[in-house]
Design a protein around this ligand. Structure first.
Ligand code: NAD
Ligand code: ZN
Ligand code: ZN
Length: 394
């Protein structure tokens, strides 16, 4: 090692690639841990969740190393690691989970009770998620490795599909979780809000689950054109603000069986101004009675950039009465990646799901990460995959 570099959050709309310390088998409090591994990072993606921090919309501290979508090769392991060997290629769920607490044992690894002193749930390189060092870097430490990491069965085969497999760390399981919790099944009509990578992954998951029609709404024309190109029904929200009518034009009815929020709290209204509750309210409007709404889009407890006082602490103007009257089920939260990543890996290895093309994976170098962040912030129709050792380029 000794040549570690990583993407560091400096302040609003500013990230830099800097020399950072080599990872150690230590937790965020500096205590030695024997259950971790050190990874040489093969790929690490930029996420819309990172953008919330980089846009100054969270309380992320300056100096934090970013990155929670990590795929890597084991180069060192602690003495308690039994199921992984040096040289194994692994997918790291963005959740840090202990595997031992009540919620982990139920499979709810997005809200592990022991890896974050502040609240339930841990992650790498993320505000309020326990201080685990991020992996938009050359090397990183992953704790509870036997429990958390998914080993690819054949390294050469995995490297040949790495642009797809890199999506297993977050967005593919997240899209799948969004679709499942929205009740998508054979013949479902589905509306996905947001044509970013998570929206596209949710749409792809809905198709895999047998949906009859998958619509994706956004204002971003380039992203809508891409969504159409990969086989989904685009809904251009800049037309007007009556979503039910736009849905009706596609499926002949103003309501869908399942709706998925892949936007989150920075949602915009028709006029372009931010309206943090708009997607949630629109979904209750367009989801049929007894339908379900999956909400992978992120909502925060602290938003220093919010326009109104209530939203600064995550209080939004929800028309919950409507959802209640229609007996909707709403499902929120961080995705428990471990619940889904092995099955989805099999789907990728057996060519059931061309996720890299669906989200338009674009490989960039670590040094180019700041321009990747800037392009993604501008709404590029792409998912940026950082290649810190030039292993994908090769
Ligand atoms: P992104 O920012 O690239 O995409 C969001 C899209 O929503 C943009 O294209 C934007 O134009 C669009 N949008 C804005 N207002 C809209 C509206 N009213 N209706 C429809 N579209 C609208 O982000 P992404 O990487 O695709 O991530 C999407 C969300 O998912 C983020 O909030 C991210 O934090 C969250 N996320 C959650 C989890 C989880 O575990 N729950 C995991 C990954 C990402
Ligand atoms: Zn992510
Ligand atoms: Zn746990």
């Amino acid at each position: 090692m000794a040549d570690n570099r990583g993407v560091v959050y400096i302040g609003t709309r500013k990230v830099e690639v800097q020399d950072i310390p080599d990872p150690k088998l230590e937790d965020p409090r500096g205590r030695r841990i024997d259950h971790g591994v050190i990874l040489k990072i093969v790929s690490t993606n930029i996420c819309g969740s990172d953008q919330h921090m980089v846009r100054g919309r969270t309380t992320a501290p300056s100096g934090m190393v970013l990155g929670h979508e990590i795929t890597g090769e084991v180069i060192e392991k602690g003495p308690d690691v039994e199921r992984l060997e040096i040289g194994d290629l692994v997918s790291v769920p963005f959740n840090v989970a202990c595997g031992r607490c009540r919620t982990c044992r139920q499979g709810d690894t997005g809200v592990c009770l022991t890896v974050n002193e502040g609240r339930a749930g841990g992650a790498y390189g993320y505000v309020d998620m326990g201080g685990w060092i991020g992996g938009q870097a050359r090397y990183v430490m992953a704790p509870y490795a036997d429990f958390n990491l998914l080993k690819f069965p054949d390294k050469a085969q995995a490297m040949s599909k790495i642009r797809d497999l890199t999506m297993l760390t977050d967005i593919l399981p997240t899209g799948y979780h969004g679709a499942l919790t929205a009740g998508v099944g054979v013949g479902s009509t589905v509306y996905v809000a947001g044509a970013g990578p998570v929206g596209l992954a949710a749409a792809a998951a809905a198709r895999l689950l047998g949906a009859a029609v998958v619509m994706i709404g956004d204002f971003n024309k380039e992203r809508l054109a891409h969504a159409k190109k990969v086989g989904f029904e685009p809904i251009d929200l800049s037309a007007h603000d009556r979503l039910g009518e736009l849905v009706e034009q596609v499926i002949g009815a103003p309501e869908v069986d399942s709706a998925i929020d892949a936007v989150g709290f920075e949602a915009k209204g028709h006029g372009g101004a931010e309206q943090p509750a708009i997607v949630l309210n629109q979904m209750m409007e367009i989801t049929r009675a007894a339908g379900s709404i999956g909400i992978p889009g992120l909502y925060v407890t602290e938003d220093p950039g919010a326009k109104d006082q209530a939203a600064k602490t995550g209080s939004l103007s929800l028309r919950l009465g409507l959802g209640w009257a229609k007996s909707h089920s709403l499902h929120t939260g961080q995705t428990p990646v471990l619940k889904y990543n092995r099955q989805l890996m099999m789907a990728l290895l057996h060519d059931r799901l061309p996720i890299a093309d669906i989200v338009n994976a674009q490989v960039i170098s670590l040094e180019d990460a700041p321009s990747g962040y800037a392009d993604f912030d501008k709404g590029a129709a792409a998912k940026f995959v950082i290649d810190p050792h030039g292993m994908l380029a090769a």
